[in-house]
Design a protein around this ligand. Structure first.
Ligand code: 5GP
Ligand code: MN
Length: 325
């Protein structure tokens, strides 16, 4: 029995009542975003509904093994010619996180908001927001089970991918007994758990190793050793041939230094904008800090995009973290 049957019922009613859905997730999608997009698509296909899956950009190459991942349209290459009234947003804490896909929403769009970020602002007509969930994939497994639709290996693999990546390989503090029970059920459907860990958490590409090397040479520490950070510029990206998905996990290096409470990665997006990723060892609520900069996330993992020059942003954010320590 789920602990939020009313929300599940409302979400399922939304899917059953309407048709011709647009399924979107956040910009620069991670494992949970991609898997959740596909899980909703799969659920809709089981319900006999029509849908289109889109993202503002490409999905990470290493996730191409996922069921129908090639059908998630990259909006930067495939603009849609229709606007959609029925929209499902997954893993997006606020409306802006959908990025340019909002161009495909009709003016009177009704949105089903499925997410697990505590900073979710509750946009949309119907909400299925579960901040206790480790991943949006966790909520979707609940929804699929609530709908009494039997899983296949393919979709179990997608859901496992979301759980695996958002819990850092079942190691972060969001790895609840429920997550482990779900993972166990998913393995029972034939998911290759060790294979996915190897592919998603162990393997690195050569550009990924090079960009990591560059970032680490720039590692800085606050005087008290409680804050550590690295930065990456467009020049670093160009020199190493790294792409955005190669930055996954770099922020864990400053965060993992013994004694560090907050680790950060500053990525220069362009002349006047920086994306900051923050990770906390537990004392500092980085979601609150990122929220104060217009971003969001979880207590121990959050992000924001901030306008300004790299050095001034580093100073500003480091100061804000110091206030919280
Ligand atoms: P990452 O640092 O890996 O990009 O993101 C860490 C967490 O913070 C994820 O849960 C992600 O969804 C959230 N997050 C990252 N950037 C943003 C942002 O710009 N806005 C919001 N609301 N959340 C973000
Ligand atoms: Mn997520």
């Amino acid at each position: 029995m789920q602990t939020y049957p009313q929300e599940l019922q409302n979400a399922l009613a939304f899917l059953k009542e309407h048709d011709d859905f647009l399924i979107v997730s956040h910009v620069q999608p991670d494992g949970d975003a991609v898997s959740s997009t596909l899980a909703v698509g799969w659920l809709l296909s089981c319900l006999g509904k029509n849908y289109v899956m889109v993202n503002e950009g490409p999905i990470p190459r290493r996730m191409s093994y996922l069921w129908h991942s090639d059908q998630v349209l990259d909006l930067s290459k495939n603009p849609l010619d229709t606007k959609y009234r029925n929209v499902i947003c997954v893993d997006c804490a606020d409306f802006q996180r959908v990025g340019k896909t909002q161009q495909d929403f009709s003016e009177d769009a009704r949105i089903l908001n499925i997410d697990h970020h505590p900073t979710n602002d509750g946009y949309g007509e119907v909400q299925l927001i579960v901040p206790e969930a480790a991943a949006t994939a966790e909520i979707l497994l609940d929804l699929i089970e609530y709908a009494e639709i039997p899983l296949t290996t393919d979709i179990a693999t997608a859901l496992y991918t979301g759980l695996l990546t958002d819990t850092g390989g079942f190691r972060y503090s969001n790895t609840s007994p429920k997550v482990m029970a779900q993972a166990s059920r998913l393995l029972g459907f034939g998911v290759d758990g060790p294979g996915l860990s190897e592919l998603l958490l162990e393997q690195i590409t050569y550009p990924q190793l090079q960009i990591l090397t560059k970032a680490l040479t720039k590692l800085q520490m606050s005087e008290d050793g409680l804050i550590s950070w690295v930065s990456i510029t467009p020049e670093d990206m160009a020199e190493t041939g790294a792409i955005n998905e190669d930055l996954e996990g770099i922020v864990n290096y400053p965060r993992n230094v013994q004694g560090v409470e907050v680790g950060m990665l500053f990525k220069v997006i362009h002349d006047n904008a920086v994306k900051v990723s923050m990770r906390s060892a537990g004392k500092v609520d980085v979601a609150a800090i990122c929220h104060s900069f217009g971003g969001g996330g979880h207590v121990r993992a959050a992000g924001a995009r901030i306008e300004g020059q790299l050095e001034e942003i580093i100073q500003l954010v480091v100061e804000r973290v110091k206030e919280q320590l």
